[in-house]
Design a protein around this ligand. Sequence first.
Ligand code: ATP
Ligand code: MG
Length: 492
Amino acid sequence: MLLFMNFTIPLEVSRVTETLETAGFEAFLVGGCVRDLIRGAKPKDWDVTTNATPEEILSLFPHTFYENSFGTVGVVSDETEDPTLKTIEVTPYRIESEYSDSRRPDTVTFSQNLTDDLKRRDFTINALAYSVSQGHLVDEFKGQEDIASGILRTVGEPSDRLTEDALRIMRAVRFHVELGFTLSRETEEAILKHGHLLEKISKERIRDEFSKILMSQQPMNGLLILKKLSLLQYIVPELEKTIGVEQNRAHSYDVWEHLLRSLQTAADKNWPLDIRLTALFHDISKPETRRWGKEQNTWTFYGHEVVGSRVTRKILNDLKYPNKLIDKVVTMVRWHMFFSDTEQISLSAVRRMIVNVGRDNIWDLMNVRICDRIGTGRPKEDPYRLRKYHAMIDEALRDPITVGMLKIDGKRLIEVTRGTPGPKIGYALHALLEEVLEDPTKNTTEYLENRSIELYNMNESELKKLGEQGKQIKEEVDLKEISQIRKDHRVK
Ligand code: ATP
Ligand code: MG
């Protein structure tokens, strides 16, 4: 394997290693960024390792902050827009001595020796270091070879390394799906043996790796591996109950496979975490709500979305997801059945649904429905019906044309005209509306107040005529907007 490589390194990064070296320290890129450079992928972040102490690092860079108790210092670059370059993490060479609880090292010792630092890293593919100034790779554990053959292998004995910090079990699965690498046989065996140690890992750390698995291109594969390695029980035990639960004729798959295929559809479409979580959990309570329907002569799942929304809240709470995300996913699970009803959906039903799920979530709910449907293995959605739903949502969301749009209301109109409540006020408002529809720049308080006085001083029958004309135009504009929406969506 080559030890001299000419990678293109962003200026923000080489400035950091150069500053350290000019001051007489060693400095190497290390971990995921080196792995990704070798793979020809864009690094997600840049980590630097050095024999300088945290205090020495802090003194070399004006724009720094102390990140954590492991001595990591964040070096901030203000000029760049690239989020992966905003903070570059610089960490002293470290030795991790004792792990008594499968979680975190008991003590962190700094070292003067790069090899010590590489030895503590999880997988060989993550244990490479690169010197920017020398264009030189340090590869003490055959990391390049494993990258080339796509193998995940722990640095050192798998059982030791996975029991030291059991999060590495999750990381192994995560790298397996993110990179498409296979687990070495020994690593897989060690995972099977020590999977239960995940019980000791904080939910937050598990959640972060779980989210990365979901956000990969192959989350279905990730869930299948978690099942195969008997790890689901430590992450989302509720999912295990869906395995092998047979459904009715509309479904080609059991509940488990349906959920996985729905999730995979969300990934294929590059949709965000909230949709992926909803796709994965939307039918989570089908097992406990399943009843044999004598009349239907098949399985029924009445209320599964109601029970499922509660179960989803519990799952996401346990994993310590942020509340805002939880609320959104739970809401979408609760209402996911809406668009799957085959009978005609009315505009007023769509309006009510928007009240239930919220204006901001309605389009995401439509996307959940797409995941659900494709995940069922049913033929592609009738494109006309899909467009029809879109048109109805647009129509329900749009603000109707009313006198409420005016920068004056009835009360103010009475004040400025010193008028009395009665039909004249309504006529005047509609007359104003007509003018504003004609010329929107007239919708200012000043213009409308002055114009109200003129209108109110007209005789009643003349004003009535103007008002009725205004009402008619309002209705025409309203209809025109609706028919434009339908035209845009190519539906009747
Ligand atoms: P990504 O591309 O997602 O950032 P990464 O490999 O850089 O992946 P990070 O979590 O950023 O992963 O960690 C940076 C490096 O720190 C890893 O490449 C690895 O060398 C080391 N590392 C991180 N977590 C652990 C751990 N739990 N045990 C041992 N080494 C770890
Ligand atoms: Mg990284």
